[in-house]
Design a protein around this ligand. Structure first.
Ligand SMILES: [Zn+2]
Length: 168
């Protein structure tokens, strides 16, 4: 037994496979005070607990942020500008040394979604131009596309197949 830094009683002992919010931290040992219930996390345990909280709150993980940012060819500065936060704040999110609030995370997710939609539009535009240049009924294809352009975002390939089928 060790002395508790919170209540001062000699009631701190090691707990193996510590459980947090229903998740068992396998192979992780933490110090727990029997008297006041205080838990003293090691760095490793603290990181696992922080990941569990992140998952529960639906907060993007640093790897996900970095992956999406690179996918859309954005710099850390651009994201910080769009969210009107300091670049260093975003850098910390991506490093994992700071966790965005739920509201900040929502704005970041919205931003990534906008870029995802843009990416789909760009891909569709490329595919559409390919069809246009190879179609003998190019004008009809164009009219159909213009008519239902709002649907292209949901499943562009399916839409293109439908247009081609209608042309046959
Ligand atoms: Zn205590």
């Amino acid at each position: 037994m060790e002395k508790c830094l919170v209540c001062g009683k000699l009631s701190v002992h090691l707990v193996e496979d510590f459980s947090f919010h229903g998740h068992t931290l396998r192979g992780i040992t933490v110090d727990v005070c029997d008297e006041c219930g205080e838990v003293f996390y090691s760095l490793e345990a603290a990181e696992m607990v922080s990941n569990i909280k992140r998952e529960e709150r639906g907060i993007l993980f640093p790897d996900e942020m970095r992956g999406k940012r690179r996918k859309f060819g954005l710099t850390q500065e651009q994201i910080a500008d769009e969210l009107m936060i300091q670049r260093v704040t975003y850098v910390r999110w991506e490093k994992g040394s700071r966790v965005p609030t739920t509201a900040q995370n929502q704005r970041l997710n919205d931003l990534f979604e906008r870029y995802e939609e843009q990416l789909v539009r760009d891909e569709f535009a490329t595919e559409y131009l390919n069809i246009l240049s190879s179609s003998s009924k190019a004008e009809n294809v164009y009219a159909l596309a213009a008519h239902s352009s709002t649907n292209f975002l949901t499943d562009p390939q399916k839409k293109i197949r439908a247009i081609i089928a209608e042309q046959k």
